[in-house]
Ligand binder design. Structure first.
Ligand code: PEP
Length: 263
């Protein structure tokens, strides 16, 4: 279903009216985690000023440590919905449990399935039945084939509105948080008709790498990027060191403004 074999044209997925796919380079940005209404609104406004058309933000956070901030849950979803009303930006947010799909889908414009759940087949199937577009991150230890087969689980439930997201894989290299597999972008676009975006924030894990990796994503023809932004990263409850701040966002805005016409 997601293969290009029977679907030669690459697909465009609409997220609350915003296109993701060939002919566009969609900027999705916002806080890693929703913390407070002010922090979320400020991050969204910073993102929007830089050219972002979709807002990201985690209300359910899958953390390595059970002692780390786990997200605000439904209260976070309500904050996202308020910020969508204020800014007009459709929301992309993660769902970590099949039992929460209906709840998250009642607020979100696109469901995010994270790297740790890339082969949680029950969750993939539930997301496929949600009626919402699904952004599917590549498993940190997953091959491209496993990633596409995960997408197939969503598609089998009648949902072809799937956006693939390369977010870096686990390698021997520890100088970066993950190794951005930039070649996965054109390979996945060759094998599948689905849009493919890049997460330079979770790949590099460090603010200074986000713009260079974004340039790389643009250069290989990614259909979009998803970027962490925080008004005060030094106080962030999640992944502050990789969040872009005001000065970086001016650079990002320039990058997006100067994009070549992709059509
Ligand atoms: C995220 O985008 O908030 C996230 C946790 O990403 P990943 O699943 O790629 O680690």
């Amino acid at each position: 279903l997601v293969s290009r074999e029977n679907h030669a044209e690459r697909s465009v997925v609409r997220v609350g009216g915003v296109p993701v796919g060939p002919g566009t380079m969609t900027l999705i940005a916002g806080p890693c985690a929703v913390e407070t209404p002010d922090q979320t609104l400020q991050a969204a406004q910073m993102a929007q000023a830089a050219g972002a058309t979709l807002l990201r933000g985690g209300a359910f956070k899958p953390r390595t440590s059970p002692y780390a901030f786990q997200g605000l849950g439904e209260a976070g979803l309500r904050i996202l919905a308020d910020v969508r009303d204020e800014t007009g930006m459709p929301i992309v947010t993660e769902v970590v449990d099949a039992a929460d799909v209906d709840l998250v889908a009642s607020y979100a414009d696109m469901l995010q399935i994270g790297t740790r759940n890339a082969q949680n087949f029950a969750l993939l199937q539930a997301a496929g039945e949600s009626g919402k577009p699904v952004m599917l991150k590549r498993g940190m230890n997953g091959t491209i084939e496993e990633w596409l087969m995960a997408a197939e689980y969503v598609a089998q439930r009648g949902n072809l509105d799937i956006v693939l997201c390369e977010r870096g894989i686990r390698t021997f290299e520890r100088a970066t948080r993950n190794t951005l597999d930039i070649s996965a972008v054109p390979v996945a676009q060759r094998l599948s008709h689905l849009p493919v975006i890049v997460d330079p924030s979770h790949s590099g894990g460090s603010r200074d790498l986000v713009l260079p990796l974004t340039r790389a994503a643009i250069a290989v023809g990614a259909d979009g990027v998803i970027i962490d932004v925080h008004p005060h990263p030094e106080t962030a409850l999640c992944d502050g060191p990789q969040a872009l701040v005001d000065g970086d966002l001016r650079e990002l805005a320039k990058l997006v403004r100067d994009l070549p016409p992709f059509v």
